[in-house]
Design a protein around this ligand. Sequence first.
Ligand SMILES: Cc1cc2nc3c(=O)[nH]c(=O)nc-3n(C[C@H](O)[C@H](O)[C@H](O)COP(=O)(O)OP(=O)(O)OC[C@H]3O[C@@H](n4cnc5c(N)ncnc54)[C@H](O)[C@@H]3O)c2cc1C
Length: 239
Amino acid sequence: SLTIATGGPSIPQMGATRYAYEVAKTFGMQITDINPGLVPLRFRGEHEAFCRELSGLSIPCTVSCNNVTFKENILFTHRGMSGPAILQISSYWQQGQKIKVNLMPDVDVIDFLLGEQSNRPKSELATVLSSVLPRNFARAFSNRYRSNKPINQLSGKDLLSLSNMLTSWELTPSGTQGYRMAEVSLGGVDTAGLSSRTMESTTVNSLYFIGEAVDVTGPLGGYNFQWAWASGHCAGQFV
Ligand SMILES: Cc1cc2nc3c(=O)[nH]c(=O)nc-3n(C[C@H](O)[C@H](O)[C@H](O)COP(=O)(O)OP(=O)(O)OC[C@H]3O[C@@H](n4cnc5c(N)ncnc54)[C@H](O)[C@@H]3O)c2cc1C
């Protein structure tokens, strides 16, 4: 028997290769699309500059794409965003799509802004926002995306648009940080060509594929290790 356990192409600097896919193709087996997963996202232009300015700062929020939402932290980086919420959503995001960030998922934002407008009308927007968001973020956000006026100078329409931006901030990543930074590779040897009982190829006797080489990907939280160990254990019963 031959068991292929050479993983996917993520982190080539640690020895990752596409060897498993080459072997599968040699034997006429199907490979699905392969993409980097659990990977930081990149931005261009003003969003990249904004992220760089806040590099190292982390904010709890929700991030959504393709009807999937994760409630975890985002982390601003020199090139874009990372952190668990972004790594998770990157496995669902496709090139050209938007992601939606809710920076205040546990706050009724319009209620909060109206309350602040009557409680401390002369406070600048950045000061108001820094009571619920990190101070550096509140200042950078107010300066870059909204004029940092005293809150009593914002109309009802302004507050509504600000609330929308804080709860549905739409960003279009320019790409991912690629396999160099990806914790997993999405896709792999098509599971339709493998026995789910033994991990043996359904077309080539005694050829087994296990772990990340196979088109099985989990979210953050140990599921990818678990799959590698469980599929290896499974094949080990039969080789
Ligand atoms: C930075 C990082 C953090 C991660 N954190 C987590 C986590 O917290 N939880 C989790 O569940 N998963 C995590 N993962 C994913 C997890 O490590 C993998 O899904 C899992 O290790 C896959 O196991 P595998 O045995 O299939 O492949 P791998 O562990 O990738 O092992 C494949 C081995 O084959 C070798 N190889 C490749 N090509 C060849 C060749 N041609 N000849 C000889 N050898 C070759 C590689 O060098 C490697 O040693 C993380 C991955 C990375 C990169």
